[in-house]
Design a protein around this ligand. Structure first.
Ligand SMILES: Cc1ncc(C[n+]2csc(CCOP(=O)(O)OP(=O)(O)O)c2C)c(N)n1
Length: 389
């Protein structure tokens, strides 16, 4: 069996200081050792796809990152792996367990995924190496997987039952996010109560309030999947922009990873209501781990405008209420883009700022798609992040 402390030393020797994940019992000794290690920043993700998205943000920010997950959770991660990590050439190490190992017996709910895990990774173009209890060559397996990840090729280590030996009983609550003191999520309304979408500003006006803000020279701006990213690109194409073309709902988790990797930069996440609802757990993820350098803006038109205007569930939801319940540091809601300026003008607090802005439900607009490929956009953003500007 592999000593989990040795394995974590191998990870950190390979430069990995950031780990995100969701536990699996096969990984308990490893995950507990990671959590207990003060040299490693562990994020407890709401699901494995969001762990992958946060790891993508860290990796884009220049920090080698690993994701720990059960193979059941590979299903939750397929979309960000296929439509963000792969096309953008983002490298990370996935440590995936093999519940339902075809060579053994397991619970019925794991059997199909056990058979599917290695073929699924192959289909996703993710090279996989396996580890088992008697592995004496694990250090070489780990370093070659980390070398792949460093070259921008996401790679997996598939872990069979009993691979890791026991770990001392660690204090696994270290780093547990706690609700911030004070009234949860102070909410400031700028202007009157949000109007019906017909009286609301356009998405373009909202995006212009961000792009034209003179106080954001060092900010990274992330536009969510669909028309938001495309309209951001149409307004201005800059090296500090990241247009999410896939991974719907993951803009916030990507922004979280970037913001933690780049604490000296502001990260402005521009979400849609449909995208935010698709991965609602990310509100808890950001509320718990987001710093004062994060501004999360939901442009709420109540519809999936990008796909023709089908209603989302937003009409039945209070986004400010959700953000308050999830522990954002400040919540601003308004009827016009001044609310965005108010959020950007705000001195950074201890945690992220949330902005809810109802916008007009305009559909049928012909917006350009970025002509740069996802990997070119990410390469450009990486260079921007490294630059002193
Ligand atoms: C996982 C996934 N499901 C569906 C889609 C198709 N899709 C692209 S954009 C979009 C709508 C996004 O809605 P919202 O976040 O409200 O933004 P809006 O289009 O209104 O600007 C949908 C459904 C997708 N890209 N990925």
């Amino acid at each position: 069996m592999i000593d989990p402390a040795d394995f974590v030393r191998g990870l950190t020797a390979g430069g990995v200081r950031r780990v995100a994940g969701v536990p699996c019992s096969y990984l308990t000794p490893l995950i507990d050792t990671v959590i207990a290690d003060p040299g490693v920043d562990y994020l407890s993700a709401p699901n494995e796809g969001d762990a992958v998205a946060a790891a993508a943000g860290s990796a884009i920010g220049g920090e080698p990152t690993a994701v720990l997950m059960q193979n059941s959770g590979l299903g939750n991660a397929v979309n960000p792996l296929a439509s963000l990590v792969h096309p953008a050439g983002v490298g990370m190490l996935l440590i995936v367990t093999l519940r339902g190992d075809p060579a053994g017996n397991d619970e019925p709910q794991h059997c199909l995924m056990g058979r599917a895990t290695l073929p699924l990774l192959e289909t996703l173009d993710i090279p996989a190496r396996t580890l088992h209890a008697g592995d004496t060559d694990w250090a070489r397996t780990l370093s070659s997987a980390l070398a792949d990840a460093a070259e921008g090729r996401t790679t997996a280590i598939v872990v069979r039952k009993g691979t890791f030996g026991p770990a001392p009983r660690h204090e696994t609550t270290r780093g547990t996010p706690v609700r911030r003191p004070g009234p949860p999520g102070r909410c400031h309304r700028v202007g009157a109560r949000p109007a019906a979408p017909s009286g609301a500003p356009s998405r373009q006006a909202a995006l212009r309030a961000i792009v034209d803000d003179p106080t954001l020279p060092r900010a990274i701006i992330i536009g969510t999947t669909g028309h938001t990213g495309r309209e951001l690109y149409a307004i201005a194409d800059r090296p500090n922009h990241l247009y999410l073309v896939g991974a719907m709902g993951c803009a916030s988790a990507v922004g979280l990873g970037l913001a933690r990797a780049c604490p000296n930069r502001r990260v402005i996440i521009v979400d849609g209501d449909g995208a935010a609802l698709m991965r609602l757990g990310n509100l808890a993820f950001l509320g718990a781990y987001g710093g004062g350098n994060v501004v999360h803006i939901v442009l709420d038109n109540g519809v999936h405008a990008s796909t023709g205007g089908q209603a989302t569930l937003a009409g039945a939801v209070s986004f400010p209420g959700l953000a308050a319940a999830c522990g954002y540091d400040a919540i601003l809601e308004g009827t016009d883009p001044r609310v965005i300026r108010a959020a950007l003008d705000r001195a950074p607090g201890a945690g992220p700022t949330f902005v809810h802005l109802p916008i007009a439900a305009t559909t049928g607009v012909d917006l350009p798609r970025p002509t740069l490929t996802p990997d070119a956009i990410v390469t450009r953003l990486r260079a921007y992040v490294r630059s002193a500007a």
